[in-house]
Design a protein around this ligand. Structure first.
Ligand code: NAD
Length: 315
């Protein structure tokens, strides 16, 4: 059986598949050529780049499985594929810690102005060093501050664990369950239960020093103009979930007025071409949708995908 790993697959996952007798093709077939080429494979794996829409599914009836390395399935017509008897699988938990750690890259970046100093130092040169030193002098620590987490699923909880480990207070808002405590697994096999405070959206908005979003794509932004009016003056906002959950223009306005001190964004409206106002804003720390892009997460994703394919197509 042949697998097309169109957005790549970690070598460990590839080897697992090959050891189980699958042929794994990791060439990246351009989107427009997939309809004519995919039918010679039994399964396709994708990340977020390749789209598997209704037309492609119709054109390739031999496909038995669509595997998504990662979480969001917005690039796949999941229900349609399932209605045609195609398995659709993802690897939801593999990248949660990596995304959570990226949240803190943005937070540490934000409270110490690293994004801006990285842009300014090469431009102004050594003569202005003292001026910049002064400009970036009023940093803050994270310890003792409150982080509001919107969406308390897998990544929201991992983010909370990192925050609790740093000595931050966590306010957790979710449409569904919020556990009373989370177990921190520290080095030396030490486990500690640390309480979490369940909060309303209103409480998260009005009481948090930092807000991090971990919800699925929503048609209507969760943070828009009205919500930015309620947040604490000088809050830091991070979005490593999906573009669209923050109203980007309202964010820019809140940054310009100083209501929001900084933002860290890994995801955007209109990926892969985010708007200029976002890309050039001096108070926004930017990453190009790399939440899951660590070696560890990619290996876990590859292994999990391989195990799913083996179980579904050979089990
Ligand atoms: P999850 O399903 O485990 O958790 C999402 C949580 O959000 C759920 O608990 C759900 O009840 C809650 N929720 C949904 N709508 C809500 C709303 N309107 N208000 C409050 N809570 C709401 O998902 P996850 O694995 O934690 O992933 C979270 C997000 O991160 C997804 O959008 C996913 O696509 C994204 N993600 C991004 C990257 C990246 O590279 N940046 C990588 C992986 C996942």
């Amino acid at each position: 059986m042949r697998i097309l790993a169109n957005d790549g697959i970690d070598p460990v996952g590839k080897k697992l598949l090959e050891d189980a007798g699958f042929e794994v093709d990791t060439q990246n077939i351009p989107q427009e050529e997939l309809a004519s080429k995919l039918n010679s494979y039994d399964a396709i794996t994708v990340r977020s780049a390749t789209k598997v829409r209704k037309e492609l599914i119709d054109a390739c009836p031999n496909i038995k499985l669509i595997g998504r390395g990662g979480v969001g399935m917005d690039n796949i017509d999941v229900e349609y594929a399932k209605s045609k008897g195609v398995f659709v699988e993802n690897t939801p938990a593999s990248s949660s810690l990596s995304v959570a750690e990226l949240v803190f890259s943005h937070l540490f970046n934000g409270v110490r102005f690293v994004y801006d100093s990285n842009r300014q130092m090469p431009v102004v040169g050594n003569t202005e060093f003292a001026k910049l030193k002064k400009k970036y002098a009023a940093g803050t620590e994270l310890k003792g501050k409150t982080i509001g987490i919107i969406g308390f699923g897998r990544i929201g909880r991992e983010t909370a664990k990192v925050a609790l480990g740093l000595g931050m207070d966590v306010l957790a808002y979710d449409l569904f369950d919020v556990p009373a405590a989370l177990t921190l697994e520290l080095s030396g096999n030490i486990k500690v239960d640390v309480p979490v405070k369940k909060a309303t959206l209103e409480e998260v908005l009005t009481q948090s020093d930092f807000i991090s979003l971990h919800v699925p794509f929503t048609d209507k932004p969760i943070l828009g103009k009205e919500e930015f009016e309620k947040v604490k003056q000088g809050v830091g906002v991070v979005n490593c979930s999906r573009g669209g959950v923050i109203d980007e223009l309202a964010l820019v306005e809140a940054l310009n007025s100083g209501k929001v001190a900084f933002a860290g964004l890994d995801v955007f409206d209109n990926e892969p071409t985010p708007r200029e106002e976002i890309l050039k804003h001096p108070k926004i720390s930017l990453t190009p949708h790399i939440g899951a892009a660590t070696n560890e997460a990619q290996e876990r994703i590859g292994v999990e995908l391989a195990q799913i394919i083996i179980q579904r197509l050979k089990g």
